[in-house]
Design a binder for this molecule. Structure first.
Ligand code: ZN
Length: 339
C-alpha cells in the first residue's frame, strides 16, 4: 500500500550542469557529457533507492528541459530558427523552435539512459515524456497549419518511443501535460485522443502528470491570481476518468486544488503530490501522513501512490534528497497507520 514515486526530474550534480536552474547549461561536452549523463542517472537512482522510493525515475539527468529533450530527436524542427511565442495561454514568453517539415524521429530518444538505468535497478522504473498537447504548445508551426494535426503527428512519434521504452524494460511511461490545465476545453476534444494515440499498443503502466507548474515566478504570480480554490481540474478530470490512461499525477500538499475533486478521477490510480517542490522546507513524515489521510476521504487507499507535486529539477540537490527521504518515511508511516 502507498507505493512511492517521483513526478520525474531531479536536480543534476553541479559537475554535470549549472545547479538550481530550470534551463541549465551543461558543464561537460562531447563524450564526457554523454558519460556524465549516465553517471548522474545512476546517482539519481541511488538517491531514490536510499530514500525508499518504490518506482524510480532516471531523474531526467540526460535532458536539458522536459520538452526540448524530446524535440532534439525530432526531424522537421528547426532549432536555428527560434521565434518568441506566448506559451501556456500566454502565461510566459519563450523562444521556441519552428516546425518546418514533416515530423519524424531521428532515432531513439531515451534508449541509452533507459537501458542503463534498467540494468542497474531492480525497482520499478519510470520514464517521462512530454505530452502531445504540451509539445504542440511549445513549438511554432510553419508546416502543418493545424495544431491538432500537428499534435497527432507528435503523438505518433511519442508512441514509437514509448513502445521502444517498453521493450527496454520500462515499467511506467508517464506523459507530462501541464498544458492540460491551460486549454481545459480542448482536453476532451483532442488532448486525450492525442494521449490515446501516444499510448496505443502499450502493455506497461501509463500515466499523465498535470500540474500548476514549477515554483518559478511566472507560475507563482499566475497561481496568486486564481483565487482561494483552484477548480480548473473539475473541467478535465471527468474526461480523464473515462480515458485509457491508468494513473494521474497531481499536486496536493500546499495546493489550493480542493481534494474532493479527486473523486472525479474514479477508477484511476492517483499519484498524490505530498512533497512541495516550490518550497525548500522539508516536509515531516507526519505532515505527509496527514495529506494521505485527507486524500483517503476521496480516493480508495489502494489507488493512492505517494509522489512529489512536480519535477524537482530546479531545486538544490541536498534539499531534494532530504525531501525524497521525507517522502519515503511519510509513506512508511501512513502504511503503518492505515493498513
Ligand atoms: Zn508538474
Amino acid at each position: 500500500m502507498f507505493p512511492t514515486t517521483v513526478a520525474g526530474s531531479l536536480p543534476k550534480p553541479s559537475w554535470l550542469a549549472e545547479p538550481d536552474k530550470l534551463w541549465p547549461q551543461w558543464r561537460l561536452s562531447g563524450a564526457d557529457l554523454e558519460a556524465g549523463k549516465l553517471d548522474a542517472t545512476l546517482l539519481a537512482i541511488k538517491m531514490q533507492e536510499d530514500a525508499g522510493i518504490d518506482i524510480v525515475s532516471d531523474g531526467e539527468q540526460s535532458r536539458q528541459h522536459f520538452v526540448h529533450g524530446f524535440l532534439e530527436f525530432v526531424e522537421g524542427i528547426d532549432f536555428g530558427n527560434k521565434v518568441e511565442m506566448g506559451i501556456r495561454g500566454d502565461r510566459y514568453k519563450a523562444m521556441v523552435p519552428t516546425v518546418t517539415g514533416e515530423l519524424g524521429l531521428k532515432g531513439r530518444v531515451h534508449q541509452t539512459e533507459a537501458r542503463h538505468a534498467r540494468a542497474h535497478t531492480k525497482r520499478k522504473f519510470k520514464i517521462t515524456l512530454p505530452g502531445p498537447m504540451t509539445i504542440a504548445d511549445t513549438v511554432a508551426d510553419r508546416c502543418y497549419g493545424d495544431k491538432i494535426k500537428m499534435a497527432m503527428a507528435f503523438a505518433g512519434l511519442l508512441n514509437q518511443e514509448a513502445r521502444a521504452l517498453e521493450a527496454d524494460g520500462v515499467d511506467v511511461v508517464q506523459f507530462d501535460e501541464p498544458a492540460f490545465n491551460v486549454f481545459m476545453d480542448e482536453v476532451p476534444e483532442w488532448g486525450i485522443p492525442a494521449l490515446h494515440r501516444a499510448i496505443e499498443g502499450l502493455k506497461c503502466t501509463t500515466a499523465v502528470h498535470i500540474c500548476y507548474g514549477y515554483g518559478i515566478k511566472a507560475n507563482i504570480d499566475w497561481k496568486n491570481s486564481l483565487g482561494s480554490e483552484w477548480r480548473q481540474y473539475e473541467l478535465i478530470f471527468p474526461a480523464l476518468a473515462k480515458s485509457k490512461i491508468q494513473q494521474v499525477s497531481i499536486e496536493a500538499i500546499h495546493s489550493r486544488v480542493p481534494l474532493k475533486l479527486m473523486r472525479l478521477l474514479e477508477g484511476k490510480d492517483v499519484l498524490v503530490g505530498v512533497i512541495d517542490v516550490a518550497s525548500d522546507n522539508i516536509e515531516t513524515p507526519d505532515e505527509i501522513m496527514s495529506v494521505i489521510k485527507d486524500v483517503m476521504e476521496h480516493v480508495p487507499k489502494e489507488r493512492i501512490v505517494c509522489c512529489t507535486n512536480c519535477g524537482m529539477a530546479p531545486m538544490h540537490r541536498d534539499v531534494a534528497a532530504a525531501k525524497l527521504d521525507a517522502l519515503g518515511k511519510g509513506a512508511a508511516l501512513a502504511r503503518q497507520q492505515f493498513s
